[in-house]
Each structure stands twice: as structure tokens, then as C-alpha cells.
Design a protein around this ligand. Sequence first.
Ligand code: ARG
Length: 564
Amino acid sequence: MSAVLPVLATRLSTAAAATFGPSYGELDPELRSATRPEFGHYQTNLALRLANALGRPPREIAARLVAELQVDDLCEPPRIAGPGFVNLTLRAETLAAAVNEPETFGPRGERVVVDYSQPNVAKQMHVGHLRSTVIGDALCNVLRYVGYEVIRQNHVGDWGTQYGMMIEQLEDEGLDPESLDLQGLQLLYERSRKHFDADGTFADRSRLRVVALQSGDPGTRAIWRRMVDVSLDDFEQVYALLGSALTRDDVVGESAYNDDLQPIVDELSAAGLLTESEGALCAFLPGFLGRDGQPLPVIVRKSDGGFGYSATDLAAVRHRVNTLHASRIVYVVDHRQSLHFDQIFTLARTASWLPPTTTAEHVSFGTVLGPNGKPFKTRAGGTVKLTALLNEAVARADSLLEGRDGVDRQTTARAVGIGAVKYADLSSDRGNDYVFDLDRMVAMTGNTGPYLQYAHARLTRLLTKAGASDGEVTDLKDPAEVRLALLLTGFAGTVAQVAETLQPHRLCTYLYEVAAALSTFYEQCPVLTSEGATKVSRIALCVSTRKVLQDGLGLLGIAAPDAM
Ligand code: ARG
């Protein structure tokens, strides 16, 4: 069974074209879920828009449209309402069939590259990286679900002048690279920075070190490698705690593009796209102006001869198109880098590295705020350690489970605590900032992760009690069960919408609506105490609902425990 909504939309377009002329068939019917039960299941304002275009009374146009509309195989007779809305109500058997045979997606034969998480070597991951990881994981799941082949790329910040400084400092101090942990690396960075600023000869040595690093000097590379490995070990602990899908294999850091950087400069220069400005090689793109109205450069090679963040990103675009054959490239990075990506995409298009057949999208997101409404920091102003934060969420979840029996406390506390943090992040429109408030995140009521997990667990308990559950939805009568069934038919469409807009909060909102409709259904439609065909059908409806909640949470990267 294919989705009903697109079929009905096509029928509306066909009717519009047949009645008013082919061009009117091009109008999007904008068929939407009805806002109130008395409007049926779906409503459209197509007739109002047609009437406007044709200069005729809307109700007359609606009547002519409905006279031509052929939907009686799927719907009750269409109704015209108010100024000229057309309301459609599915026949009970159409709705039941749509629930019993949900829409699925086949392979699209297209690759999408998702660049996400991207922490920096020798630094703690911060809450911004947490957001990128959580949103990126969810988007990868959603994109795969709708049929993309997904390639994850963890564009780790592991290259640049600071490593020259750090390695030189380490050698000066006679430190054993094996003895360093992430904390140690961070402190080493701070000392090397001070040293660099205070001592000109150290600064010169550091610059030479960068050259040695970039040209592959074995001793220098070995120390650098150790720094990267220590950092990746630490990131992996966070990924494990989060249940992120990212692995070492997905790490393709900035360093991976080292050999491509000079060719990038050469190609841009051959294309006449580079200008020298204060010793640096820059691309000036039309339309990019700074606050002062001056042209804004993309610095491809810095005045000291080093390549910067932009050069690496240009090389990455080229690699993703030419080698990975991506038809879509998605960057999950905070909103402060919007201009950077705008410039990179524009320059990559101008240089023909990014062909018209490949889209590049910056999935930008807002800042995580502390209780004071300012960017989330420790009291001392440092970055909050992510593992501590996540462990705190798990501890809160654990106390929530106090006294529940039949619950595997440790696993469940983890699922609920981590799920709460992820859901809070995913459920707000990603463009907005949000306050990191653990109390609200772990609450069992409202639009939270634990609320949805609880809805799923309660349903699982009911189905266990019910025993056999291999029947089908057959008769949908009560408005509460009709409403729930209708919502369930919207799952695939919602996921497709998230794949298109890259806005996971739409899936959260949808799942929350399902859970709310489920609770009304419980109040109004007895399941275990009903009888005969009604009982079979209601159990089947519960099975379908459970699957939607489970799959939906799964797409968000959130576990759905069977008991809590
Ligand atoms: N490492 C960077 C940061 O922490 C983010 C990298 C984003 N990805 C990219 N392709 N530039 O800010």
C-alpha cells in the first residue's frame, strides 16, 4: 500500500486540470491533516486558490472541482465547507489498510555524506560537539531510512599551526608523549601558547615544526599521531556513552587533506580566482561583504604559507564529490559558521568542484545555554566535561526508576538519561538556542524523551498481557482510534519530510502527537476488556503504534526499553 495522502493529492490535481485546464493541475493541492475532527481527515484550500486565479466564487469552484474529483474508492463523498474548503474523509477500510501495510522506502541509488561531530584534537569535546553528534546521528538514520546510502565523515580538527607549537614545547620539556592524556594535552597547549607569544626563537622553531609535520617528518608525525590517538580515545568514550554510531573508521580529519591543499591553490589560481592580499592568497566572491562594506575574502593560503580551515574544507568538498560520489553533502555545524560554509559552497561551485547535481547544505544549529541563559560553561568559565554531564543525566534517570519492579535498572537508567538529553536537543527547532535543564529533560510529562519511552514501555506491557497479537486493524469506529490510526499513517511522510528539511524536531513533534493520541485512545477504547473483532483490531492498532514509537525513537538514536 502506498501512502494515501500523495494519492489523494494527485487526484485533486487531476481534477483541477480536467475542470479548469492543464496549468491548474500544477498547483500544489496543499492537502493537510484536518485541524478538527468535524472537517474530516484531510482538508485543502485548493478551490479557494483556484477561485482567486479564475475570478469566480470559491464555493462554485469547489463544487465543480468536487464534481470531477474521483476518490470514491478511497474516501467517503467529499464535503465542501465554509468559504470553499474541500474536506476528505477516508473510508474505514482504506484507513485500516493504510495502518496494516505501512509505506516503506526502497533504495534511491544516491549517496549522502554527513559531516558531523568534528571535535578538535587536544581539546575536550564541548556541548556544541554534543549537538552536532546527536543531530548528525539522527539525520544519518533518517536519510538511510528513506533510501540513501549514508557516508559519515567525522571532520576532526587535527591539523594546523598549534601542533607545531605543542610538539616543540613537548620536546623542550622532555615529556614522554606516551604519558599524555587529554587533560595533559590541553595543558600542554596552554603552556606552548604562552611560550610562543613570549619567545621569538620558540615561535620560529614552532613554525619550522609545522613544516616538518606537514612534509611528513617521521619523528614529528609520531608525536602528532600520539596526540591524535589520545584525543580520539577520549571522544570514543563520549560516543560510547551517547550510543553514537560514529567509529574510528568515520574519522577523516583535516589532516587527511594535506596533500590536496597545494593542488587546491594551484587550481584556483589557474582559474584566476585568487588574489594576493597582505601576503595571503584569497578568493573574493561577488556579494560577500563585511560589516564595513569591504569585500570579504576566503583565505586559502595564509601569509605565513600555511593552509587554513577553508583550504581543507575546499579539499573535502572535492573529495566528497569526486571520490565518494556524493549527490548530497550535509554539514552539521553550529550557526556561527554559516558564513564560512556559504563562502566554501560558493567558491566550490565557482571552481566547478561542486557540480549542479550535488547539493551542499549547512545544517546549522543554535547554542546550548546554561541556567543563566548564557552559553553553557562551568562556574570557572571552562567547557563543561561531557561525560560528567551525561553521567549526571543517567543518575537522574536512575532515581526516577526507584522502586519499579521488572526493570533492568542500570540499562534502563542509561537509556532514559541519555535519551532525555538527546530528545531535548532534537525536539527544539535546531536553529534555536536552548537551555540545558536536566530537570525538564528527564520529566515524565510533556514533550520529553522519557514520556515517549514510557508510552512505548506501557504499550509493551499491555501487549504482553494481551498475548496473541498477529491480527489486523479491521474496524475503526471510535473517534479516538480513528485519530490514532490516521496519525500512524503519517509516519513515513513525516520521516520523508525530515530527510528533506533536515529538521529532526518534526519527527519529535509527530511522535509526541502519537503518544498523546494513544493516551486518549486508552481512556476511550478498552483494549483488554473488549471482545471479538474489536479486541483483535485494537490490539493490532496497539502493535502498529508500538512499532511507530519504537522506529521513531530509533531514528532519533534513542533506545526504547520494554519496561520502565
Ligand atoms: N572542528 C570544527 C569546530 O570544532 C568544526 C568542523 C566542521 N566541519 C567542517 N567540515 N568544517 O569548530
